[in-house]
Design a protein around this ligand. Structure first.
Ligand code: PLP
Length: 410
């Protein structure tokens, strides 16, 4: 009989969102008159920007003509999209990238998982806690870890607690690690890292021969002009960092699917015989073998985000979500609740009142306000006592949810 990949059995059952679903269904069944507002899931709600939609439609029409028909494109993405991103999104930051250093994909979740293919299994990884669960679980699946302990920490992984005490920015690891995951603006905590803080990580990575995986899925939500949008704004980062970006939150592509990875040519690893080798070459090889490119109309739609019209419309949608974030943040403060994030990120990370557990607060919020959020403990043990609200909802729902919280939780 064929053998399974046993590493999958080490995974804790996908507990967080199914458990939220179960509790909400149970509540709704018992309280059919309650209008439940969901500020839990990290999915967008606004339609695509009109200029993006038009480019998408036009590209579909291309496929209907012999003249403009597009079949297989380059596996790593079309140059017209890559160059638009470099010109509009990196050059203004003072970051120079070569076309060959950027790879277009069908989303960042896949990229974060697939990048592990080109790294040896005996690398040690450092992961934040709380964290986007994909970083942890993909390392378990590929076989880099042992079993989980009762807290949910897997053997062999170095966890970096992000707590109120360290402003949700982890301390440098004490043990020798080879790969460090960083996500700023952060999901779930909504925290951002200043240039000085990122410099600390880049210097550490270069001094200790580590590679940083920098997840910038939320860079478009940064409002403070001092906060870096890309890790390559930090000197030396091109020698040690791989950056992930996504159109999902930036341009409402969660259902359309498009992302990108930057693998600078200077990021090096060593072969088992001790020679230096470029990760860019490996990633190109992997991409051309295992992927056939993001779809043509999707890449056309993505390129339209960088047209003048598309850019302005996309910015308006982001402003809409950030106004939601402001409403939530200020409402929580009025209700006497301590909260973080929501200024340069679409997530508000609140401290549960009275030291309540994350799940107890979930139940209280659902019962007393009919509002659904996400328990912080679901993102890792250090998330206990915290709770995530998302700013991706409809405005009228956000306003009503905040009114209910102010009325019932004060
Ligand atoms: C939403 C999100 C992504 C984007 O995933 P896609 O697969 O591109 O939709 C990446 N990283 C984090 C932390 C996210 O929250």
């Amino acid at each position: 009989m064929a053998k399974i990949n046993d590493n999958y059995l080490k995974l804790k059952a996908g507990y967080l969102f199914p458990e939220i679903g179960r509790r909400v269904r149970e509540f709704a069944a018992a309280n059919p008159e309650a209008k439940v507002i969901r500020l839990g899931i990290g999915d967008v709600t606004r339609p695509l920007a009109p200029a993006v939609l038009k480019a998408f439609h036009d590209a579909v029409d291309d496929l209907a003509t012999t003249q403009n028909f597009a079949g297989y494109g380059p596996e790593q993405g079309y140059d017209w999209l890559i160059n638009a991103i470099i010109d509009k999104s990196y050059k203004p930051l003072g970051v120079e990238l070569k076309t060959e250093e950027m790879f277009i994909s069908d989303g960042s979740k896949c990229d974060c998982a697939n990048i592990l293919d080109i790294f040896a299994l005996d690398n040690v990884v450092a992961i934040g806690d709380p964290v986007y669960p994909v970083y942890n679980d993909t390392n378990v699946m590929i076989g880099r870890t042992g079993e989980a302990d009762e807290k949910g920490y897997y053997k062999g992984v170095v966890y970096l607690p992000c707590t109120e005490e360290n402003n949700f920015i982890p301390a440098l690891p004490k043990e020798k690690v080879d790969i460090i995951y960083l996500c700023f603006p952060n999901n779930p905590t909504g925290t951002v890292a200043s240039k000085a803080e990122l410099k600390k990580w880049v210097d550490y990575a270069n001094a200790n021969d580590c590679v940083i995986f920098f997840d910038a899925a939320y860079e478009a939500f940064i409002t403070n002009p001092e906060i870096p949008h890309s890790i390559y704004e930090i000197e030396g980062a091109k020698k040690c960092a791989i950056e992930f970006r996504s159109f999902s939150k930036t341009a409402g592509f969660t259902g359309v699917r498009c992302g990108l990875v930057v693998v600078p040519e200077e990021v090096m690893g060593t072969t088992s015989t001790g020679e230096k080798y470029s990760f860019n070459k490996l990633w190109l090889r992997r991409t051309t073998t295992k992927f056939n490119g993001a779809s043509y109309p999707v890449q056309r739609a993505a390129a339209a985000v960088y047209s003048d019209e598309g850019w302005a419309q996309t910015k308006e949608i982001i402003d809409y979500y950030m106004e939601n974030a402001r409403i939530i943040r200020e409402g929580l403060k009025e209700a006497g609740i301590t909260c973080y994030g929501g200024v340069d990120a679409p997530y508000i990370w609140l401290k549960t009142p009275g030291g309540m557990s994350s799940w107890d607060f979930f139940d209280k919020l659902l019962k007393e306000c009919n509002v659904v959020g996400t328990p912080g403990s679901g993102f890792g043990p250090s998330g206990e006592g915290f709770f995530r609200l998302s700013a991706f909802g409809h405005r009228e729902n956000v306003i009503e949810a905040v009114e209910r919280i102010k009325k019932n939780l004060k």
